[in-house]
Design a protein around this ligand. Structure first.
Ligand code: ZN
Length: 600
């Protein structure tokens, strides 16, 4: 192939977790070619400085050494040369997450953002990568899983793969090893499920059947007539570990990490909480195939991977994706209505728990994701609101409001489809897509729903008001109640286990512990002279009544401190939702919303 950027990547030293990468540029900038590695990975809004894992780098041209000058933390400039330039470097890959790279004797995984230097000025050329098999007889059975299109490689084989440009190259994570694999079709498009890690008696058939339903429901949501998926194939890459949870979306795949106990066991039919959580995660990342990988905020079209990209729209891109992830589970029949309401109740309780929601709007939370949401500390519940959780409730509120106001003729689905048709469908076509601005979103809502929603946006998106969900749910025959009135006594804290110690993880503003002077990080050791441990604290507290005065002893920086506290009602919200069978008109509206059979 002429005029391409060419990489090779090989697992070089599995025990030292090193990938060896070469990069060949035929026509480098004669004034000195600039190379850089991204500082962040799209979908995870935090500066991660991946270049810190490059442990050795050199360059040559026509057999001569070329000097590389470091310009900043992630940028190199080669000394001017006329011929082909080849860089050779090693990347340390020992980050067990979906965001970077990981390599050992059991498998290799990488995101392009961790291993492929960008060639400045040549980002739009085709990028070819030769993925090489590690050396060693015992590694002959390794295969490759990625949505990166093959150039000279068999499906699941080592060999060359190709991307139309750098943006595409880094949007297809690669897994290699001896993974479990299953394939299903969703509306004619091939979907792979790849599971890395030992999972005894994994029920791949059940997993395929459930994911097929979820994927087909989502494809049909965006393209109800043609049922056309936006990609030629899709790959779910999952790393199963002892304890883990996370996912990152890509245009034709997702990288996931989960607990092996979350994956279904052959012969077991019930829906465990872990499995439902895993399916919810798959559903979430899959929904991003449309919402954020194609319908994008203007700030990400294109991404600037050297520095933070600011958008106040993550409440839509993450929040609405969070709204639809669970909704798609109930609409596709994977969970029932009662299970769905439990999930919504949990989200509502999470949002109402912290006073941060009275200080930060979801628009602000989106904008400051880089320094706040992604860098949470012990004070986060008192300082920030989640654009995921409150964003999903905004999706819910808008969906319900539009359905009610239009007597069921329109819904949030129509708005998502309009976003898709105008901004998403052609994003990767030659025409090139534009991103969505804050004004576009608001205009589109008014136009599609036929409502004037400025006040809604002012209060709940740019403002900090709590959503009137009880009122909005009523026409759907859903009763929302908060049982916290008969609450047990509490201290207004969240504890965590530190060995057998009871540590204060969060101290909620205005709660009994806060008023008594306790602080996050304090180790609670006694209450009224009785020893407190991580295992007995709740039982001990349950012996008291609201209004009781207690003396608390705690260590802070190993210094013993004493506090007098008055127990208040535990004000953790306990919202529950319940669907009512009558009146029938309400039940019908609810069935249309949840895609369930009407009880009426
Ligand atoms: Zn997401």
């Amino acid at each position: 192939m002429k005029n391409t950027v060419l990489y090779t990547i090989a697992p070089k030293d599995l025990a030292a977790h090193l990938f060896e990468v070469t990069l060949t540029v035929d026509k480098p900038d004669p004034d000195g070619q600039i190379f850089f590695l991204p500082a962040w990975i799209p979908g995870s809004y935090m500066i991660r400085e991946f270049a810190r894992n490059i442990v050795r780098i050199n360059a040559q041209s026509d057999g001569e050494v070329v000097t590389l000058k470091k310009l900043d933390k992630h940028t190199w400039q080669a000394s001017p040369c006329k011929g082909t330039i080849t860089l050779e470097y090693e990347v340390y890959a020992w980050d067990l997450s979906v965001r970077a790279a990981h390599l050992d004797q059991t498998h290799g995984f990488f995101n392009g953002t961790s291993v492929f230097l960008s060639v400045q000025g040549q980002e739009n050329l085709p990028h070819v990568v030769d993925i090489r098999r590690p050396e060693g007889e015992e590694l002959k059975t390794w295969r490759v899983a990625t949505a990166l299109p093959q150039l000279k490689a068999k499906r699941y084989g080592f060999g060359t793969y190709v991307a139309a440009n750098y943006d595409e190259l880094i949007d297809h994570p690669v897994e290699m090893g001896t993974f479990d694999l299953a394939t299903f079709k969703a509306h004619g498009v091939s979907h792979d499920i790849v599971i890395t890690g030992r999972v005894p008696n994994l029920d791949m058939a059940r997993l395929s059947a459930d994911l097929k339903k979820i994927c087909e429901a989502q494809i049909a949501l965006f393209e109800p007539k043609s049922k056309r998926a936006p990609m030629d194939r899709y790959v779910f890459l999952t790393l199963a570990v002892g304890d883990g949870y996370g996912g990152l979306e890509h245009r034709a795949s997702t990288a996931l990490i989960c607990s092996r106990n979350d994956l279904p066991v052959k012969g077991q039919k019930e829906m465990s909480e872990g499995y439902r959580t895993y399916l919810g995660l798959c559903s979430h990342e899959y929904f991003h195939t449309w919402n954020v990988k194609r319908i994008k905020p203007a700030a990400f079209a294109p991404y600037d991977l050297r520095t933070e990209g600011y958008t106040s729209l993550l409440w839509l891109f993450e929040g609405f994706t969070s709204y639809y992830d669970d909704l798609m589970l109930v609409r596709s029949g994977v969970i029932d209505e009662a299970a769905y309401f439990k999930l919504v109740g949990k989200t509502i309780n999470g949002v109402l728990r912290g006073s941060g929601r009275t200080k930060q709007s979801v628009a602000e939370s989106s904008f400051d994701a880089w320094t706040k949401y992604y860098r949470q500390d012990e004070n986060s519940p008192n300082a920030i609101v989640s654009y995921y959780a409150k964003g999903s409730l905004i999706g819910l509120a808008l969906d319900l409001a539009i359905r009610t106001e239009t007597k069921g003729r329109k819904s949030l689905d129509d708005v998502m489809r309009a976003l898709w048709q105008r901004y998403g469908r052609d994003f990767y076509s030659d025409l090139g897509g534009a991103g969505v601005t804050e004004n576009d979103v608001e205009r589109l809502f008014d136009e599609i729903a036929g409502l004037k929603l400025k006040r809604f946006f002012d209060r709940y998106v740019r403002g900090i008001d709590d959503l009137p969900l009880g009122k909005l749910l009523a026409p759907f025959g859903v009763e929302m109640s908060d049982k916290r009135k008969d609450a047990k006594p509490g201290l207004g804290i969240r504890t965590s286990r530190d060995g057998n110690d009871c540590k204060l993880a969060n101290v909620y503003e205005g709660g009994a512990a806060h008023r008594a002077g306790l602080s996050a990080g304090d180790i609670l050791i006694a209450m009224d002279g009785l020893r407190v441990s991580a295992s007995n604290f709740d039982t001990l507290l349950a012996r008291y009544r609201v209004g009781d005065a207690v003396t608390l002893h705690a260590f802070r920086r190993d210094e013993l401190m004493m506090f007098d506290a008055t127990l208040t009602p535990d004000d953790a919200p306990q919202v529950t939702l319940a669907g009512q069978a009558k009146p029938a008109a309400h039940a019908r509206l609810r069935a249309a919303w949840l895609g369930t059979k009407s009880a009426g």
